[in-house]
Design a protein around this ligand. Structure first.
Ligand code: NDP
Length: 508
């Protein structure tokens, strides 16, 4: 019998082991049963990962890239299998699941291909004063990276950390959401087919406590994606051992529509951005600010596009169920608050929230301080507000505690408006485009978190910078020695005056 290296064998005797079920949000069927890994199990996984990290980090960038490439091929050939599992665990339509995996594959390719260029040793200037030194910087793997992921994009989201951490030379221990443990297990198991002799990428399953145990198990960095509230708990747990963290948390992303925008494209993007994946997208559209001059026409087009869109249990539905049942109450309360405070539903409304499905809902005239505008709803809903100009749109967009993504529809001023929005990422005349460009960093500010995945920043996030200064020849001025003379001090003063003195003259 071969041992499964992709997950630790529970330390508790078989007859005392706790398990949990993942359930289909479509009908409540049990999709799979998984072990609740205890703190001790997590510790075992992390210890094994430290050993595996020695092997993995000893490989060259090219060798790691080759293995990541093989893994990419395995996932690609079995894309229907993983998409089916994602559909069962999250309820999302098969086509959305397939798209999600396809986007993740692009990231594996990019991270493997670019790790050497971004992280490998590079010469940097040593400056005039230290001209006798050769200076280099390189980025070394941290060791073991713990990854805690959400359920809404169970492949794309955690892979943004896992793949970049692996490409940088780290071993990974991944705790998927309790709603999507099967998908997490599938990812680690396929990787172990490619790297069968070392547990470089393991999965631990369980509830919140298993995640908390991972924070305390001696990982060298913890990459968390989930809600802001849990992010704070993760950070507090990691602070006990000075374990650094990346926090990819929630958002309240806006679309800004200027008077010269392509209104049809803007309405299409706002609707898809708000309702795709049943609105359960960290960078999903939750608010729309439209220039007064085009507000009525934009709204008419949006309503027209939304009126036939339905969330339902059918093989060709475009919108699936709400994956986490407790979110239904949040969505209901945000819609209720908006209506109670003078807002109107022009599509959907309070009755749109069912037992498992939520129908698309468009709210107008909603006060800016209501929960539907300020808090993450995570459902297929959006507020649409009229603004006098793009200054007001930017100011209102920047008026929440979040700052994850944003979208601008404009012809003349797209880039100018984009630059004024306080969010980690912005798409101009497209929606969510930045997430699918592997060379762009992904992450937020404020309550949306900090640190970056994807792109060169995402690779460096899972490394430490290693600086080396190597003396090439004896210095003309011996500065770092007690043999330094008064003459050397004088020569240094002359040199720094020449280098820096003139530019710092105060303006008259
Ligand atoms: P949660 O914060 O509920 O959970 C995230 C992960 O943390 C899960 O694996 C969860 O495990 C685990 N967890 C729960 N409690 C603890 C704890 N005390 N210590 C350590 N880990 C713990 O988020 P959701 O899964 O509900 O995901 C939705 C949220 O994720 C939304 O706010 C969304 O905006 C955000 N998100 C952000 C993204 C980004 O890149 N910025 C991308 C995707 C989503 P368990 O499930 O077992 O409770």
């Amino acid at each position: 019998m071969t041992t499964d290296i992709s997950t630790p064998t529970p330390t508790v005797p078989a007859d005392e082991r706790e398990t949990f079920d993942s359930l289909s949000p479509v009908n409540g069927d049990v999709v799979g049963t998984h072990p609740v890994h205890t703190a001790e199990d997590v510790q075992v996984a992390v210890s094994r990962a430290h050993e595996a990290a020695l092997y993995w980090s000893s490989l060259s960038f090219d060798e790691r890239a080759e293995k990541l490439n093989i893994w990419k091929g395995v996932i690609t050939r079995r894309i229907a299998q993983i998409a089916d599992l994602m559909h069962h665990e999250t309820g999302k339509p098969h086509s959305d699941a397939t798209l999600e995996v396809a986007l993740a594959l692009d990231h594996i390719a990019w991270a493997g291909k670019n790790a050497k260029k971004v992280l490998g040793r590079q010469k940097v200037s040593s400056g005039l004063v230290m001209a006798n030194q050769a200076a280099t910087v390189e980025y070394k793997p941290l060791g073991v990276v713990g990854v805690i992921g959400p359920w809404n994009y169970p492949v794309f989201t955690p892979m943004g950390s896992i793949v970049y951490a692996l490409a940088a030379g780290n071993a990974v221990v991944f705790k998927p959401s309790e709603l999507t443990p099967g998908v997490g297990g599938w990812l680690a198991a396929t990787f172990s087919e490619v790297v069968p002799d070392h547990p470089v990428f393991q999965v631990v399953t369980g509830l919140g406590e298993t995640g908390a145990a991972l924070c305390r198990a001696g990982v060298d960095k913890l990459a968390f994606t989930g809600s802001t509230a849990t992010g704070k708990k993760v950070m507090a747990a990691c602070a006990e051992t000075l374990t650094p963290v990346v926090i990819e948390a929630g958002g309240k992303d806006a679309v800004l529509v200027d008077e010269d925008a392509d209104l049809d494209a803007a309405a299409d993007a706002a609707l898809w951005g708000a309702c795709a994946n049943a609105g359960q997208t960290c960078i999903g559209v939750e608010r729309v600010y439209v220039h007064d001059r085009v507000y009525d026409e934009f709204l008419a087009r949006l309503v027209d596009k939304a009126k036939d869109l339905r969330a339902e249990d059918s093989p060709d539905t475009k919108i699936g169920p709400i994956t986490m049942p407790s979110q239904l109450e949040v969505i209901r309360s945000h819609i209720g608050d908006a209506i109670a405070r003078g807002g109107r539903a022009v599509v959907g409304g309070p009755e749109a929230v069912g037992d498992r499905y939520v129908q698309p809902t468009i709210l107008v005239d909603v006060p800016e301080d209501s929960s539907a505008v300020q808090e993450e709803t995570f459902g297929p809903t959006m507020t649409v507000s009229r603004v006098a100009d793009m200054d007001e749109a930017v100011s209102r967009t920047n008026g929440t505690r979040y700052g994850l993504g944003s979208t601008v529809f404009a012809k003349a001023r797209g880039m100018e408006i984009a630059e004024r929005i306080r969010s980690g990422m912005t798409s101009v005349n497209g929606v969510i485009s930045f997430a699918a460009i592997p060379s762009l960093p992904f992450g937020g500010v404020g309550d949306s978190g900090f640190g970056r995945i994807h792109g060169p920043d995402g690779l460096r996030e899972f490394t430490y910078a290693k600086a080396i200064a190597r003396q090439r020849f004896k210095p003309l001025l011996a500065l770092t020695s007690f043999t330094r003379t008064a003459k050397a001090d004088q020569q240094l003063t002359q040199m720094i005056t020449m280098l820096h003195g003139r530019a710092s003259t105060l303006p008259k």
